[in-house]
Write a protein that binds this ligand. Structure first.
Ligand code: ATP
Length: 622
């Protein structure tokens, strides 16, 4: 029932306290996102990665603080339904001119669901749907930065001044570090634009729009925007990196939705972006990637709790508009995770089992800590992000009986059934992919070759990011819509720097050699890469491709070498785009997918050879 009068004097103070809690959260979130610019300028890569990981924890801390304060000052858990309804109405009132109302609503939900019993979740006390619109929010203060800026050429419809315009776009970000040669990079960019658009006629509305804040992640800063000409809008992103001498360079021009989807992938770390009005950023980004759900854009901007909230709303909406049943996920069943999906919905649900076979020497806490590690670590495009939920109520009639029987058998401590629902106390949700073992069975020879190469590249990217996947069997990797191979089984991952990579020692006796048993001593962190082969390479076609491209993965020295590099403080380069897109490396470049520093070293070497670097490495001939 809607209260007729707001007559509880505590309700306003409670609403104000809740909003103060959110405002503090967003101020801290913004400060650390804004400081990403200084960290980038200073080349403080360890600082950037640490800040990215720490920022993820901010939200829960502020929620805990707000819940404690409400309990302490207002005895919140004992308040009547009527008071909570009034709190919500006051809160809505307070949000009318707020710049992040959707996030503040999510914060309200997080705090109240912490205080109240689950039976309250579905009623009028929380924001099941948004109450305050995020359309057309503007900051009218004179000094406020707009969400995006539009740049026009000096004469409408003419390319005159395009170069100057591009220089101005980059310059306006006021990066406090010199470019190696911005004029040259803008020439690369002009060339890329010509390659993309050819000799097209510029229409009267030709313009370039760019989001006012840069997007920071790891060692990169990205300019994100779109080119508008007539009825066509082309999204683009420009990665800005440090060269070896810590001068800035524009590394590539990424055009089109697919390139941007790679950049904003669920398998990468969240960006740091200074935003006053995040909903306006999301709206702009949606115009670049219309197929990407709003939830994932909020995630990519580091606002993952709101992303999680939106995802759940999308999920409930999908349930209401579908009729298929949850089933056990296709593929080989997990030993520690029970995995299920809904065929019409592109995600999987993973529940930790209550017991595991003896070879899995682990605990629920350890498994959860591995999933958390992945959430906060740089996922380098090779580990799927997971959303973690507690107490999710699923409609029982939508479950296949076989799945319910498995859930009750393997996860009894996490399952609760009421009249119509199956409540799962803890579940991870992640993007569904095609398990690589299934993909390989059905692949053409070309697809098989591509997938095996990608598999090796995925492991090598993980290695550079200090991750040892533990269990490297094909079934633990999936293939995405874009043909990328991504790892999703986290219960055995370790930091590479915590492992000890060894060669199998020489056999001392013939009996040792002939025995099928491990006769040498093995420490808990010892890994013997040469023993991976028999598990992975039973199929002759797979073996051939693997040995041609990735034989080094079977060599302890490869792993140990990377471990030492990381131990010495090296932060790897990760490019969320194909190497041939890089201005300095053409598609026919001999370098392939290698580290920037290695590539630059090779360029240096080539510069001293006849013909020079530009020719040898295929510099863009502008
Ligand atoms: N994101 C996903 N997309 C599609 N299928 C998946 C996904 N995650 C898991 N699966 C399916 O569920 C199975 C078990 O998942 P997972 O490997 O995470 O469980 P596990 O218990 O950790 O496995 P293991 O026994 O290897 O430790 C996979 O082999 C795969 O078939």
């Amino acid at each position: 029932m809607f209260p007729r009068a707001l007559d509880d004097t505590r309700a306003f103070d409670i609403a104000r306290t809740l909003l103060d809690g959110f405002n503090l959260h967003y101020r801290l979130f913004r400060e650390t996102s804004a400081a990403a610019k200084q960290r980038f300028e200073a080349g403080d890569w360890h600082g950037q990665q640490k800040a990215q990981a720490l920022r993820i924890e901010f939200y829960d801390k502020r929620v805990d603080e707000a819940a404690e304060r409400l309990e302490h000052e207002f005895g919140a858990s004992q308040l009547s339904k009527d008071t909570w309804q009034q709190v919500k109405l006051h809160y809505i009132g307070l949000l009318t001119d707020h710049h992040q109302p959707e996030l503040a609503e999510t914060f309200f939900n997080s705090v109240t669901t912490k205080i109240l019993h689950r039976s309250y979740f579905r009623n009028d006390f929380i924001f099941v749907r948004p109450a305050v619109s995020t359309e057309y929010i503007e900051n009218d203060e004179p000094a406020a930065a707009p969400t995006y800026r539009a740049y026009y050429p000096s004469r409408p419809g003419s390319t005159d001044g395009l170069r100057e315009m591009l220089l101005r776009i980059v310059d306006n970000y006021q990066l406090q570090r010199e470019f190696e040669d911005l004029g040259r990079d803008v020439d690369y960019l002009m060339n890329a634009l010509r390659g993309r658009f050819g000799e097209i006629r510029l229409r009267a509305n030709f313009q370039i729009q760019v989001l006012s804040s840069l997007f920071f992640r790891n060692k990169g800063a990205y300019i994100v925007g779109k080119v508008i000409n007539g009825f066509t809008e082309t999204p683009f992103a420009l990665p800005v990196l440090h060269n070896r001498h810590h001068r800035l360079v524009i590394d590539a021009a990424l055009f089109g939705e697919d390139d941007l989807l790679m950049l904003f992938s669920f398998a990468r770390a969240y960006f740091m972006v200074e935003m006053e009005i995040p909903s306006a950023y999301v709206q702009f980004l949606r115009s670049l990637m219309p197929r990407k759900p709003r939830a994932e854009l909020y995630n990519a901007l580091g606002l993952q709790k709101h992303g999680k909230n939106l995802f759940y709303r999308d999920f409930l909406y999908h349930l209401r508009h579908s009729s298929d049943k949850f089933r056990i996920a296709p593929g080989i069943k997990g030993m520690v995770m029970l995995v299920f999906d809904l065929p019409s919905f592109p995600f999987v649900f993973k529940v930790i089992k209550d017991f595991y076979p003896p070879q899995k020497d682990t605990t629920r806490e350890q498994i959860q800590s591995k999933y958390l590690l992945v959430k906060t670590h740089d996922r380098v495009g090779r580990m799927a992000d997971t959303l973690e939920y507690s107490n999710v109520a699923f409609p029982r009639h939508r479950f296949e009986d076989e799945l319910v029987a498995e859930l009750k058998h393997f996860c009894p401590s996490l399952i609760e059934e009421d009249a119509s629902n199956l409540v799962i106390r803890h579940v991870y949700i992640e993007r569904r992919m095609i398990p690589l073992n299934i993909y390989l069975q059905e692949a053409t020879p070309e697809q098989l070759e591509h997938a095996v190469i990608e598999y090796g590249n995925a492991i090598k990217d993980l290695v550079r990011a200090n991750i040892f996947p533990g269990d490297m069997l094909w079934k633990n990797f999936g293939v995405t819509r874009h043909g990328k191979v991504v790892f999703y089984d986290y219960d055995e991952i370790e930091y590479l720097t915590d492992c000890n990579f060894r060669k199998v020692p020489q056999a001392r006796t013939e009996e040792d050699e002939m025995s099928g048993e491990v006769w040498y001593t093995v420490g808990p962190r010892d890994v013997f890469p040469e023993t991976f082969g028999p598990f992975l390479l039973g199929n002759p076609q797979v073996r051939e491709v693997f040995m041609k491209h990735h034989a080094d993965l079977l060599d302890a020295e490869f792993w140990q070498g990377h471990k030492e590099r990381i131990g010495a403080g090296h932060v790897h380069d990760v490019f969320p785009y194909e190497p041939h897109k890089r201005f300095r490396l053409h598609s026919y470049s001999p370098f392939g997918s290698i580290l920037e520093s290695e590539a630059l070293a090779m360029l240096d070497a080539a510069a001293h050879s006849p013909g020079g670097a530009a020719q040898a490495a295929g510099f863009n001939p502008i």
